[in-house]
Design a protein around this ligand. Sequence first.
Ligand SMILES: [Cu+2]
Length: 606
Amino acid sequence: MSLFLTNSGLIVFAGLTSALKLNAQPWTEKSALPAFLPGSVSTTEPRIEQVLMFTTYSLWNTAHPGQIVLSQTVIQRALPILASHHYDFIATRTIGAPDGFEKSLILINGVFPGPLIEANWGDWIEVKLTNNITGPEEGTSIHYHGLLQTETPWYDGVPSVSQCPIAPGSSFTYRFRADTYGSSWYHSHVSAQYSAGMFGLLIIYGPTHVSYDVDVGHILVSDWFHKDYFAIVEGIVGNTTEGRIQPSNNTLINGRMPYPCSGAPPGSVCNSSKASYTEYKFETGKTYRLRVVNTGAAGIQYFTIDGYELTVVAIEFDEIEPYNTTTVTLGVGQRSDVLFTPTSKSSNSSIWMRTLQSGLYCARSPQNREGRAIIYMDNAPTGVLPNTTAWSAPVDDHTCANQPLDLSVPYYAMKLPEPSTTYYLTINQYLNETGHQLYYMNGHSFRADYNDPLLLLTQEQNLKSPINPDWNTVNIGTNTSTRVVITNNNTSPHPMHLHGHDMYLLYSGMEPWNGTVVKPQNPQRRDTHNLVPFGYMVFQFDNNNPGVWPFHCHIAWHLSQRLYLNFIERPYDVKSIEIPMTMKQTCKDWSAYSSKNIVDQIDSGL
Ligand SMILES: [Cu+2]
């Protein structure tokens, strides 16, 4: 870690570090990760210049830097000094047993979880994704969760919106800026493909407002399903009640957690001795930064470390005033950065780290609701399981709610602007006449048209009615800040995710909104929020990012059942942007592929 003094005070830049991990029995080799290329210029001097440049343009301390639309001038001036990081990703279908149970997986470069993408704030990230998925072939894409994609909306990775799917045998190169910083992940956005393993971690290092000794990197927490993802989706979108109930089989931390093979169905291949816990080696008295991310398909996770409070310092890409808690609640797609300082009470012993799926409406796991990892302190003997006691499970009030909005105070204060428009959206779930269960938002049930990305149609100013109602679009035109009031007429919680923006969260609860904004001088901001069953949420977003931006539930199965909407933002500014030919090439390739092959789009497509 290096310290840089700037004219706006002390800024600490966390360097590019590797996580301190001890994995006793890795089931894939870490060396299979692609080499991390630091780029042509990544010495400390330009880095200072980079920070100064951002401060010069008032991007520091006045607001969260990532919220600012960078002008072309800034980008061009910054270009020569910013590093560029290239990743070569190849997606394939394979068989593997992360938890001991053998199943079909779709992986990037053959590793699970996928390779780490890391960069410093302001750098460029380039990902060449080659689609080698066979048996059967499928289209694919990658979405970089939470990045704003300012001035590069065509690299947001959503088929039918920002691109066509990458056809089997084809490649597509994403090139975008690390335009905000913090902890996140990337994942396929084709059907529920990511739940088969096609996701990985994304860290963008930037200034930090808290001090710590070691950046541990990501702690991925997730539910895990042993059935093939396509078979699950077939059930979810089918017309039987049994098919729609798809419990998860295990709960993983960083892709690991031995599955008790006694629960495996006859005929399956299961070997617990091949599975292992994720293991860490920590030292008493040091402070560790853990970047906890829910990369699951459905289940809300409650993350804890036995006997310790955790200090939450960031939610998603927004730093907050630190607060302590025993339990960190994460819906799918949500992240929290926490600090953990083990004390002498744990010297030379080991501690369980846990993540729990719990609650009537929140959990998807009658089997193995708890994932565990081991922290070995100091010289604790490895291989001996901890005997520490878990914190009590959260009291189930049936809401699966995130922690109260006023608990998370953004470190970089932003006052809520006056909205220039307000939309009222209702989420309903119906059985249609053929007995299939579909979600509706704003009266429509989304279905992707892989061949006709909305961003291209917007750029061609080809949005005249009647636009296909299946695309569920809301054109917010030239509004400057859009407020959205959502009613959930449904027994399920929905972690609602907005692309291309942070949401200001104005209200969340079981009662209809009475117009009172929680902390209007500095409301909580994040890109994914748990909408409670039969409850309400109110959010607002600034319309400074021309493009077409998805807003959807991040429970993979609900998205398959079409809980999705597109905001078309400043379409006349989209007209003036130049979309690279490579993006249009994906559509030519996809068109050629889909004209000769049957594309089995059984769900929303996303
Ligand atoms: Cu949902």
